[in-house]
Design a protein around this ligand. Structure first.
Ligand code: MG
Length: 211
């Protein structure tokens, strides 16, 4: 998708004040400007609504952009558990969800996501929607946990499945590119999953656990 196509698509949509606030907040706090692409944010809302998901696990909160998109798809009894390494990022994300009127849905768990996942598994927690957008080298581990914590029919979405062209460049042997390749292959080849990979923006891998 070239820049002109993206500009055309974005011109169709009204400015979204809740998401603009996130973009501005992230800049102001000098956080990395790596929120999910707008078209994929809208897709997250649609996927949550279409699947009727009510228990979402997000790995990587950053400034709350995807958290807002995910929460918008939830019904009144919906829940979003969001894992975030940095306490200061979770505070920013929480502020943005509050400003968007969505704070009632979200609980942040601070610290290494692998520790939080271990704890959630020990508690017997189960989810029907996963959104993975954190440390790329840990994507394969996150998939393993998602599969163990998934209810039948659960959806697993991973952002940055192309990693700025690094994943498709087979000469690139960096740890993050290799991890994303493993992640994509795990989801595509897993017998319990139906999977697709969307190539727009930085790539989005979407899988559904067979019921
Ligand atoms: Mg991302």
């Amino acid at each position: 998708m070239n820049d002109q196509s993206i500009q055309y698509i974005e011109s169709l949509f009204a400015v979204d004040p809740d998401l603009e606030r996130v973009i501005e907040g992230i800049k102001r706090e000098n956080m990395p400007q790596i929120s999910i692409a707008p078209g994929y944010g809208r897709l997250l809302t649609i996927l949550v609504k279409m699947t009727g998901a009510s228990r979402i696990l997000e790995i990587g909160a950053l400034g709350g952009y995807s958290g807002i998109c995910l929460s918008r798809g939830l019904g009144d009894d919906g829940q979003l558990i969001s894992l975030e390494l940095r306490e200061e990022y979770a505070a920013v994300a929480k502020k943005h969800l509050e400003a968007a009127g969505l704070a009632k849905f979200v609980t942040y768990k601070i610290g290494d996501a692998k520790e939080s996942l271990k704890q959630l598994e020990a508690e017997g927690a189960r989810f029907d929607f996963f959104f993975i957008d954190a440390d790329k080298r840990s994507y394969p581990i996150y998939v393993d946990y998602a599969l163990r914590l998934a209810l039948p029919g659960a959806v697993i979405v991973g952002d940055n499945s192309l990693l700025h062209g690094k994943v498709a460049d087979l000469d690139n042997r960096s740890e993050s590119a290799e991890a994303i390749r493993t992640f994509n292959r795990m989801l595509v080849e897993h017998p319990r999953l139906d999977t697709t990979i969307l190539p727009a923006y930085d790539g989005l891998t979407i899988a559904r656990v067979k019921a």
